[in-house]
Design a protein around this ligand. Structure first.
Ligand code: NDP
Length: 313
């Protein structure tokens, strides 16, 4: 039996519902206290980062969160970034601090992430939050894997006892994804660049999560019939022949490519995997919007906790 009747999982629609719930929560909090505040540090001129940060600020405005972007030149020294983070840590009006990645070369990313106070670490990347996640304690969880679980739960998909295979082991997606699936009582396998027989391992998955960053890595041979396939990858196709290969006959995408010079694609060969999967997330419109929605959830949660702590003082 397929897990879902509607096979293409509409992350945008789920994200919209989550954002509207956050907006209600923000309104309630603002009545008795103030709106939550999120500060994003954007260092350098990376065009993709600018788009992501723009989307985050837009989402903040939509739900009533006070979203601020601090734009800094690529030449900003590490010391100055550390000082800025420390001063945001001490600022009681700030609930969430986010350092947008990638940073220009020369920065010690871990040092910056470790400097963000764990109770303002709405990205869930501080080692205290990462450790708590593996110990099943309450903590901030990285937004992408949190959004994936949220979507599967809202679709009432029974995860317990399923075999989940996560391809990718980064601190921001793969590892926390594995921890969350384990929390859901899945049997979890994590694959990476040194995994032998990736195809066979993936084919054992009831839930397959691809978080690699390689166009079309996951094809139909990696997918068991009836599996749920979650595509986290965000890559760009920049050649016309690639569009023809991955999206044969897709006029809409072809037109988008001709207009913009590239189109977004995940790690999964969507066209060829769709007939085998019982459910699959598209790119765009799958995991991406959920990530931003969960950032809003975490920021609201942080503000609520801060208020509770102040009351308890
Ligand atoms: P990283 O580059 O940090 O990690 C990629 C992982 O993939 C690594 O663990 C790597 O293994 C593994 N890998 C690389 N090649 C292979 C291969 N041939 N077979 C199996 N595993 C392989 O990436 P991120 O986790 O940060 O991001 C992954 C993708 O998700 C990217 O496309 C990114 O843009 C996207 N993303 C999307 C988000 C969204 O909201 N939709 C949010 C965050 C990321 P190893 O550890 O051995 O090197």
């Amino acid at each position: 039996m397929p897990f879902y009747t509607d096979r293409v999982l509409n992350g945008s629609a789920v994200a919209k519902v989550i954002r509207s719930e956050v907006a209600d929560g923000v309104k309630e909090l603002a009545k008795k206290h103030r709106a939550p505040r999120l500060v994003v540090l954007l260092v350098g001129e990376d065009p993709a980062s600018k788009i992501y940060v723009g989307n985050k600020t837009k989402a903040c405005a939509e739900v009533g969160i006070d979203g601020e972007t601090v734009e800094l030149p690529a030449s900003t020294p590490q010391e100055e970034l550390l000082e800025r983070i420390e001063s945001l840590n001490e600022d009681d009006s700030v609930d969430g601090i986010l350092v947008q990645l990638p940073l220009p070369e020369g920065h010690d990313v871990a040092q910056l992430q470790w400097t963000v106070s764990p109770d303002k670490d709405v990205d869930g990347l501080h080692p205290i939050n990462a450790g708590k996640l593996w110990q099943d304690q309450d903590c901030f969880v990285p937004c992408t894997p949190a959004g994936i679980i949220e979507m599967l739960e809202r679709r009432e998909f029974e995860m317990a006892g399923r075999h989940a295979v996560v391809v990718g082991r980064s601190a921001i997606v793969g590892k926390p994804m594995a921890a969350l699936l384990l929390r859901q009582n899945c049997t979890v396998t994590v694959c990476h660049s040194r995994t032998k027989s990736l195809e066979e391992t993936c084919r054992e998955a009831d839930i397959l999560v691809a978080a690699v960053g390689q166009v079309g890595l996951i094809g139909p041979n990696h997918v068991q019939a009836g599996a749920v396939v979650i595509d986290v990858g965000m890559n760009r196709l920049t050649e016309r022949r690639q569009i023809d290969h991955y999206y044969p006959g897709d006029e809409k995408r072809r037109r988008a490519f001709e207009k913009k010079g590239s189109v977004l694609i995940g790690d999964v060969d969507f066209t060829r995997v769709l007939p085998k999967a019982s459910a699959i997330t598209p790119v765009p419109g799958g995991v991406g919007p959920l990530t931003i929605a969960m950032l809003m959830v975490n920021t609201l949660e942080s503000a609520k906790r801060r208020l509770q702590r102040t009351k308890g003082d």
